[in-house]
Design a binder for this molecule. Structure first.
Ligand code: URA
Length: 434
């Protein structure tokens, strides 16, 4: 294999063959191609794109780079859910136990933070003792017993994506439709569920900046999944402001627990109402969206959804008492506020900038190997379009030290404005089936 030739071909906007894509994935996983050459190819793909056939081949090669989980021993339609990422997006943490409490087996494989977005695995690891490393047998028996298990890309599931994901995170190559589609769908295919519900985000706090690109990405992923024999649906959600109030790993888990106790913020509830019924319908529990939401509401109101979450934590060696005692989560030593310097309306101009505050605080990665601080984050006190008066607290910063808080404050302030007029509301959420 001449990998330089593959890089040059993509640089020159030429189509890669199935063989070249296979050689790339096999060679990288085998450690035969160095990161610097793969970074170069990723940038060429980022700039010049891939057509549908190349994206299908890339997904197939990545899914086939390791084990394909066999979940056929678990009765029922196994459902997985995946978000393309957003700032403060904790919907997976909420939706999975609710669907499981409605009798849908949820076999979930999640990722770590990527770019300015957080990752479900990092968030859950803020629970003391929690482990995302389950063997295939443990994963299967946990889904059978509790209805819900969540793993990282442990063992040998889509190892090519694991490598590429962390390389993209630090090489400016995240927000590319073929790279996102192949990354997510290779994991989903390898994880072995029967149905996938996608949450595709768009806006300044998502990788897809506009709705059209989000729909293109959704369409492509639905096609890839269907070609692999999966039942697919997608919910398109606006991410022009952080979802809910908490941004940062442990803080988002606490907000998710609150939602499981029936106290979701209105915007979180809105996305829950779209995503959770899709999972329940995909799991074959009903064909009616309203009935699906009634089942979900009942699972929340009765405490069954929270109980599934607690059991999942316990089964994965975490401390289940975190659901009652939030002081068990790691706590950042410094707390400071950001205050309005004038009267007006909060206008979030750059939601990704708010996600980047988490990186500045040490809660997201700047390099592949970086250990992150799961305690830091932001607690938003007002939402986009809220009226504020001079001196009102806009946001609390939880940080390791004052220097980190200062950097985050600067980034936060450059991401928002206080305007005289209220910006038009734009909080669309809708569903795409086939
Ligand atoms: N989530 C993933 O798993 N991969 C991406 O590329 C983006 C979001």
């Amino acid at each position: 294999m001449n990998f330089i030739h593959t890089i040059e071909k993509k640089r020159d906007k030429k189509k890669l063959s199935r063989e070249e894509i296979n050689d790339f994935i096999e060679g990288y996983v085998a450690g035969e191609i160095p990161d610097y050459q793969v970074s170069s190819l990723l940038m060429a793909v980022y700039l010049n794109g891939c057509d549908e056939e190349e994206t299908f081949e890339l997904t197939r090669a990545m899914a086939g780079s390791g084990d394909i989980m066999d979940l056929s021993g678990i009765p029922g339609i196994k459902v997985d859910k995946h978000s393309t990422g957003g700032v403060g997006d904790k919907v997976t943490l909420i939706a999975a136990p609710v669907a499981a409490a409605c009798g849908v087996p949820v076999a979930k494989m999640s990722g770590r933070g990527l770019g300015f977005t957080g990752g479900t695995i990092d968030k859950l690891e803020s629970i003391p003792g929690f482990s995302v490393e389950l063997s295939n047998d443990e994963f299967i028996s946990q889904v059978k017993n509790i209805g819900y298990a969540l793993i990282g890309q442990t063992g040998d599931l889509a190892p090519a994506d694991k490598l590429l994901y962390s390389l993209r995170d630090v090489t400016g190559t995240v927000d590319s439709i073929p790279l996102i589609a192949s990354s997510i769908m290779s994991k989903k295919i390898a994880a072995g569920s029967d149905a996938i519900v996608l949450e595709i985000t768009y806006g300044t706090g998502a990788f897809m900046k506009d709705e059209k690109r989000a729909c293109d990405l959704a369409g492509l992923m639905i096609d890839i999944g269907k070609a692999a024999g999966l039942e697919m649906s997608a919910v398109i959600t606006n991410m022009n402001e952080p979802l809910g109030h908490a941004v940062g790993n442990s803080l988002e888990v606490i907000e998710a627990i609150e939602a499981l106790k029936g106290r979701a913020a209105p915007d979180v509830l809105k996305v829950m109402k779209s995503v959770i019924p899709e999972m329940i319908m995909a799991g074959g529990k009903t064909e009616d969206r309203w009935e699906a939401w009634e089942l979900a509401s009942d699972a929340i109101a009765s405490g069954r959804a929270l109980e599934v979450f607690r059991k999942m934590i316990e089964a994965q060696h975490g401390n289940p008492f975190v659901t009652e005692d939030y002081s068990l989560f790691p706590k950042a030593p410094f707390k400071s506020g950001i205050y309005a310097d004038r009267d007006g309306y909060l206008s979030i101009r750059d939601c990704a900038g708010i996600g980047e505050c988490i990186k500045l605080l040490g809660g997201g990665r700047m390099t592949k190997e970086q250990e992150i601080d799961l305690s830091v984050g932001l607690e938003l006190k007002v939402k986009n379009g809220d009226r504020v008066s001079k001196g009102d607290c806009l946001c609390e910063i939880m940080s390791r030290n004052e220097a980190g808080a200062e950097e985050a404050r600067g980034r936060f302030l450059s991401s928002i404005e206080i305007t005289d007029d209220k910006l038009p509301e734009n909080n669309l959420v809708y569903t795409l089936n086939d």
